[in-house]
Write a protein that binds this ligand. Sequence first.
Ligand SMILES: CC(C)(COP(=O)(O)OP(=O)(O)OC[C@H]1O[C@@H](n2cnc3c(N)ncnc32)[C@H](O)[C@@H]1OP(=O)(O)O)[C@@H](O)C(=O)NCCC(=O)NCCS
Length: 229
Amino acid sequence: MNIEFRLAVPADAPHIFAIKQAVWPSESPKGQAYIAEVIALPDHATHLAFVDDTPAGFVDGFMTYTPEGLPRWEVDLLAVHSDFRGKSIAAQLVALSTETGQASGANFARGLVEIENIASQRTFARCGYTLENEHHALMVGSELLIDILILPPENTLLTPVQTINYRGIWVEGEYQKNSFLAGQVLCTRHAWDLTGAVIPTNDTTALKIAQELEFTLVGHYQWWKRSLV
Ligand SMILES: CC(C)(COP(=O)(O)OP(=O)(O)OC[C@H]1O[C@@H](n2cnc3c(N)ncnc32)[C@H](O)[C@@H]1OP(=O)(O)O)[C@@H](O)C(=O)NCCC(=O)NCCS
């Protein structure tokens, strides 16, 4: 069995689309043209794995900035087709993505992993990432039917992101009502897909505000991080 890895190019969008369909059959996926657009973004690096020339898995990574302005590599979407699991493909994909993040100047890399996802946790652990103990709730809001100017609080960071799964805004830092609303207004104005926030589960005030704004809980997650400096 021959396993090969390489950076994806936009023409690989059908491979990534097919792996996504196989791994998450119930999700309504973004189309191949959208995926090709994401692969081409200059701050992204998508790595693909092939087993005997058959597309087997991928990981997408991209750069964002912390509220303090530090470059940070997001190991965002990782998937290996079930026919090819248990061969360290995920670990090699994450290792390659991490190397790209380091070469691109990121201070650290991180991945958000669901609390029950043991295979993904082991992958990040094997790649030198360490677990942050704090549990988080991933909350997602949709479009707002109002279009008024809402400025976020000074210590809220709104980051526009374009991932393989969606286009939207991440809300970070201080969570006030206007933090979420400002994200949703931006998202609605651009007709993007969602506004997301990864909120510590002990921040009950922030969670309550998000719930009142009809953000829905996607699941419980922890950050895995690795320093790159
Ligand atoms: C997570 C995923 C990418 C791992 O792919 P993979 O190529 O099989 O991973 P690896 O072969 O590198 O192995 C991962 C580790 O998890 C372990 N593992 C796999 N399934 C496991 C399970 N059900 N329970 C416990 N450990 C498990 C493997 O033994 C291996 O451990 P090791 O590194 O200590 O040997 C793959 O399972 C997948 O696509 N899952 C669905 C999508 C998903 O969850 N993506 C990640 C979102 S963050």
